[in-house]
Design a protein around this ligand. Structure first.
Ligand SMILES: Nc1ncnc2c1ncn2[C@@H]1O[C@H](COP(=O)(O)OP(=O)(O)OP(=O)(O)O)[C@@H](O)[C@H]1O
Length: 234
């Protein structure tokens, strides 16, 4: 499953929000998390428990308020905006509930684009895009535009795109939230295979407990800290 290479090490993450009237809302209070290469970790919990807040901090979209954060061996604890942006572009892939594919681009073009942004040649970008699309089972849909693909196929393109720049960490927020149960399973299988093959660490926030049961580990947020749950008890 995993070669136990640490991809992310997070220590002491606090996240508080100012509330207009009343005490500050302390969502994360000294949360710790380790993620390893090749594993899928489910992040579950009730609405408002802090899952998106955690993903935003781990994804370097929000500042992590003094937490120690080491990603792929790089200590980003005191990184400035430029360093965080660079790390986000090169080391992290994102998948959301809605795919956000560019409608005028083909599946191949959508997966090639992030690589072009980082300066790869068209040829090299398309070679990798084709390989990733084959891995998620879309080798026969390379030249389809998003509107010509089913919801599950669109989401598989989004997974391939998230991995285009060979990130070490994949963050997903309800990646199957918009899909029916059978399609969810197919998309999850594609995600799992790709995570294993590319040896990325994946943290997947979901309300779908059936899906969570099929992950390697499941964590939840309790009293501001991350607690591991047994997958069989989810
Ligand atoms: N920018 C903000 N300002 C104030 N409060 C916020 C802000 N962002 C989130 N919150 C609050 O922090 C808490 C955690 O929100 P968060 O979105 O992280 O939860 P979640 O577990 O992802 O929820 P859901 O499952 O509904 O997506 C909620 O009570 C929310 O209202």
């Amino acid at each position: 499953m995993s070669d136990k290479t640490v991809v992310l090490s997070l220590r002491g993450l606090n996240r508080t929000y100012e509330v207009a009237e009343g005490p500050r809302l302390e969502v994360l209070k000294g949360a710790d998390l380790d993620l390893f290469a090749g594993e899928l970790v489910g992040l579950v919990g009730p609405s408002g428990s802090g899952k998106s807040s955690l993903l935003h901090c781990v994804g370097l979209l929000e500042s992590s308020e003094e937490a120690q954060l080491i990603l792929d061996g790089e200590d980003l604890t005191r990184a400035n905006d430029k360093q965080r942006t660079q790390a986000r572009l090169t080391k992290i892939g994102f998948v959301y509930q809605f795919h956000h594919l560019l409608p005028e681009f083909t599946a191949l073009g959508n997966v090639a684009l992030p690589q072009r942004v980082l300066g790869k040649s068209i040829r090299d970008a398309e070679v990798r895009a084709r390989a990733l699309l084959e891995q998620v089972g879309l080798g026969g849909r390379l030249n389809h535009q998003p509107a010509q693909l089913s919801g599950g196929e669109q989401q598989r393109v989004a997974i391939a795109r998230a991995l285009a720049n060979s990130p070490r960490l994949l963050l997903a927020d309800e990646p199957t939230g918009n899909l029916d149960p059978d399609t969810s399973k197919q998309v999850f299988e594609a995600l799992k295979q790709t995570v294993r093959h590319q040896q990325v660490a994946a943290l997947i926030a979901t309300h779908n407990l059936e899906l969570a049961r099929h992950m390697d580990r499941v964590v939840t947020i309790q009293n501001g800290k991350l607690t591991e749950l047994s997958t069989s008890a989810v």
